[in-house]
Design a protein around this ligand. Structure first.
Ligand SMILES: Nc1ncnc2c1ncn2[C@@H]1O[C@H](COP(=O)(O)OP(=O)(O)OP(=O)(O)O)[C@@H](O)[C@H]1O
Ligand SMILES: [Mg+2]
Length: 252
């Protein structure tokens, strides 16, 4: 198997802060493997540790112990991130720039030539369906449009692995569908996509494998259909609710 993303016994503790609160253990020895060409859904309730895991992969925070690697290279080496694209959970772009100007800025960071930049921007603006708004400032974009600019930004360097932190959060059903189609198209192009989500329906539709994290621990991982059988559930949402210990309450 060709592992593109590998996490081994990853533990992350956040310091307790000035008031000497105990350290917060965000990940307790996490193990994950994502293989080439798959779409991998990373699930878990709020605070489960999804963004923390991605932050380690991106080199934003160091592991307390354990390790993580991209393309077989330890994430402590910046070169591990050369072939990745990343969409953060919260995006802050220069709002006075147009989408095209923003993409040009990111292309420069990656050292793309002028000709390559022009080609990539044309392709990406079409992919995320923003050609009509290419010359408007981002501040005039709706949330869905901003999310699609974010996706185009993540793809500017033509990465082989996409790490997307809740790419469809806050989008309407049409916006979610469009992002889903983009993920599907990326998979068809042979890219690997690792994304977090709270949308079980979307995860069921596009993912080859999923992992469910709860309180910093991996509770389940595999193919959706296998997990549904294993947990005697009807769908992924039920698997998720069983894992997080949800008990339906009688409404008086
Ligand atoms: N910088 C930080 N300092 C201290 N604790 C933190 C920090 N960042 C995250 N945490 C804590 O670590 C745990 C995991 O947070 P994380 O943001 O990774 O969760 P998540 O799965 O991405 O949640 P969500 O679905 O809400 O985005 C939470 O308990 C959170 O409060
Ligand atoms: Mg998060």
């Amino acid at each position: 198997m060709n592992e593109i993303l590998q996490v081994e016994n990853l533990r992350v503790e956040y310091p307790g802060g000035r008031l000497r609160q105990p350290a917060k253990i965000a990940l307790h020895g996490l193990n994950l493997q994502v293989t080439q060409g798959e779409v991998f859904g990373f699930l878990g309730p709020n605070g489960a540790g999804k963004t923390t895991t991605m932050n380690v992969l991106l080199g934003f925070i160091p592991p307390t112990s354990g390790s993580a690697a991209l393309f077989g290279i330890d994430v402590r080496q910046p070169i591990a991130r050369q072939r990745i694209g990343y969409l953060p959970e919260l995006t802050y772009y220069y709002k006075f720039l147009t989408a095209e100007e923003l993409l040009r800025f990111y292309a420069k960071l990656f050292g793309l030539s002028r000709a390559e930049t022009d080609l990539r921007i044309k392709k990406l603006m079409a992919l995320v369906e923003l050609e009509h708004a290419a010359s408007r400032p981002i501040k005039s974009y709706s949330k869905g449009m901003r999310q699609r600019v974010g996706l185009a930004q993540a793809l500017i360097n033509n990465p082989d692995l996409l790490i997307l932190d809740e790419p469809t959060s806050g989008l309407d059903p049409l916006g979610r569908m469009k992002v889903r189609e983009i993920i599907q198209r990326l998979k068809d192009e042979g890219k690997t996509v690792f994304f977090s989500s709270h949308e079980m329906g979307e995860v069921e539709t596009v993912c080859d494998h999923v992992a469910i994290l709860h309180q910093g621990e991996l509770k389940a991982a595999g193919v959706v259909a296998d997990l549904v059988t294993q947990y005697r559930a009807d769908n992924l949402e039920q698997v998720f609710l069983k894992i997080v210990g949800y008990q339906p309450q009688e409404v008086a």
